[in-house]
Write a protein of this length. Structure first.
Length: 535
């Protein structure tokens, strides 16, 4: 009796003191991939009369994972939000009509809703209206490129990265407008200033081909590296060809291979896979393979319809879909697929798609390690270091990392270099640190390149060699190392040993932040303030 009374008192206090979950909590749940909780919060808020929560809930019902789909309810909630003045909801109603989601497909009705939203200042409405008008939509919507460009410009002025990219592409290709490379450069530069990797790639391609600018392979290379750092696989392939052929950068086929490997991870980049085989001794012509890359990069969508479907495909997964995926990986793992086993271990270790379980992760990693997987061996070392799935044991952590390094793990080599450099497992040993870091960088470790590059920039444990240090940092950044991007931002901002370049500093810091380097956020704010004349 007393226990029940105490429980009721505690619950009453919680309700009185703790605010009920709101929209920020729903957004946080979505970021974690906890869609059931996000939907539960939004549904409660919507039932209480919150039209924005209803709109957000309707997005999942209309465009989310299949198990959440309820187009009729989505349309009802969108209409309630639109009647409450939500221009975003008007756009969503248009999207449903455009692709026939729960209603008859009708692009003419769609652009009427886009126009209503755009006239109220909604950038996405302006973008979809402009994109549809540029080419028209079959017999339902007549093309009106002039008006389409007007709306795309308005969307770009509202900060729409997709609109900026599309305008650059239209002017470069002469699609719906007179070809104008200067206008194309203007828009691509605007997108690149916001670290948009496709705009950076497009700028590199214009410099490479000498379109609208004087041909400049070195400048093309510079933009390709930035685009590759942003995760553009075709740009990574172009960086690989620059190194392989000595275009804009000293020829280095060893480094080229790292970029081809990064690009070849994307199923669509066949030229990179073929180039990698040529570097390994297979017959082939690198110049000819370079020519197979798409001539000019552009948006991943060609129409409003494709844009909407692309957003749908990027929606968070629901529990059933996640369970299906985990079931597949589990089955593959049980049948001896080591890649699936390693991936499954990482999911259990990080608590992604499954409840976090370091014990299960460790068991799976040991299975991979027994088969000689160097990445699994390194991961076991990390587990021992942090006491996850096993009791923390520095000696075991070191032993497993050494084993992984001996079996070819470039990242394990970088780990050992860092341990010796910073004295993480004993006294500082500069000679051993440099040896392992050099091996790591030579084996393609972005982290190894970054740490080694930083040392050459600083000149503390090695003679200062700024060009070599910057080259290593640039290589690492192009391969996706967030710390390298941040360091390049710091160097450009400080202007020590190089000309100060706040614009480049901002771009590199944006990329570093997007890649997970949260510690650069304050510096990014300071750089933006200085560029705005506030410092």
């Amino acid at each position: 009796m007393m226990a029940t009374l105490l429980f009721n008192v505690v619950e009453a206090v919680k309700k009185a003191v703790l605010p009920a979950p709101g929209i920020p909590d729903a957004e946080a749940a979505m970021m974690r991939g906890d869609m059931p909780r996000a939907i539960a919060i939004l549904r409660r808020l919507s039932d209480q009369g919150n039209p924005e929560a209803g709109r957000m809930l309707a997005v999942q019902y209309a465009f989310g994972d299949l198990e959440f789909r309820d187009p009729d309810e989505a349309l009802r909630l969108f209409r309630i939000a639109a009647e409450a003045g939500s221009a975003k909801a008007m756009v969503h109603i248009g999207e449903m009509h455009h692709v026939g989601r729960g209603v008859p497909e009708d692009p003419a009705v769609a652009i009427a809703f886009y126009r209503r939203a755009a006239e109220r200042g909604e950038g996405l409405g302006a973008f979809l209206l402009g994109l549809t008008l540029v080419d028209g939509d079959a017999d339902a919507v007549a093309a009106d490129p002039a008006e389409g460009v007007v709306w795309l410009r308005r969307a770009a002025e509202d900060g729409g990265a997709d609109a900026t990219l599309m305008l650059g592409t239209l002017y470069r290709d002469g699609r719906g407008v007179d070809r104008d490379y200067q206008e194309a450069l203007l828009f691509f530069r605007a997108g690149a200033a916001e670290a948009n990797e496709t705009c950076e790639h497009a700028l590199g391609a214009l410099y490479d081909a000498g379109l609208g600018v004087e041909q400049d392979s070195a400048e093309a290379f510079r933009w390709y590296v930035r685009a590759a750092a942003g995760g553009d696989p075709d740009a990574a392939a172009r960086v690989g060809f620059c190194y392989a052929l000595g275009r804009g950068v000293p020829q280095d086929r060893h480094v080229a291979a790292f970029y081809f490997e990064a690009a070849a991870g994307d199923d669509d980049c066949a030229p990179a896979r073929a180039a990698l085989q040529v570097l390994r001794g297979e017959p082939g012509d690198l110049d000819e393979l370079r020519g197979r890359l798409s001539d000019m990069p552009g948006p991943p969508f060609e129409s409003a319809r494709a844009f909407i479907e692309g957003v749908t495909m990027a929606s968070p997964l629901g529990p059933v879909t996640r369970e299906t995926g985990i079931g597949y990986f589990t089955k593959e793992s049980e049948e001896g697929n080591l890649e699936a086993t390693f991936l499954l271990a990482m999911l259990y270790d990080e608590g992604r798609m499954v409840p976090e379980d370091p014990d299960v992760a460790m068991r799976l990693l040991r299975r991979c390690a027994e088969a000689g997987d160097a990445n699994a061996e390194r991961s076991i070392g990390i587990m021992y270091q942090h006491g996850r799935g096993v009791r923390a044991d520095e000696a075991e952590a070191l032993r497993w990392r050494k084993r992984a390094a001996e079996h070819g793990s470039a990242e394990a080599m970088a780990d050992l270099g860092a341990m010796h450099l910073y004295g993480e497992d004993g006294p500082i040993d500069v000679e051993a640190a440099l040896d392992w870091l050099s091996k790591a960088a030579d084996a393609g470790s972005g982290r190894g390149m970054t740490i080694l590059g930083q040392q050459y920039v600083l000149g503390r444990i090695v003679p200062q060699d700024l060009p070599r240090g910057l080259d290593l940092l640039q290589r690492a950044a192009g391969l996706g190392d967030a710390r390298a991007m941040g360091l390049l931002g710091v160097i450009c901002a400080d202007g020590k040993g190089v000309e100060q370049d706040l614009a480049s500093a901002e771009i590199w810091l944006i990329k570093a932040l997007r890649a997970g380097a949260d510690d650069v956020e304050q510096l990014l704010e300071d750089v933006r303030a200085e560029r705005a004349g506030c410092i």
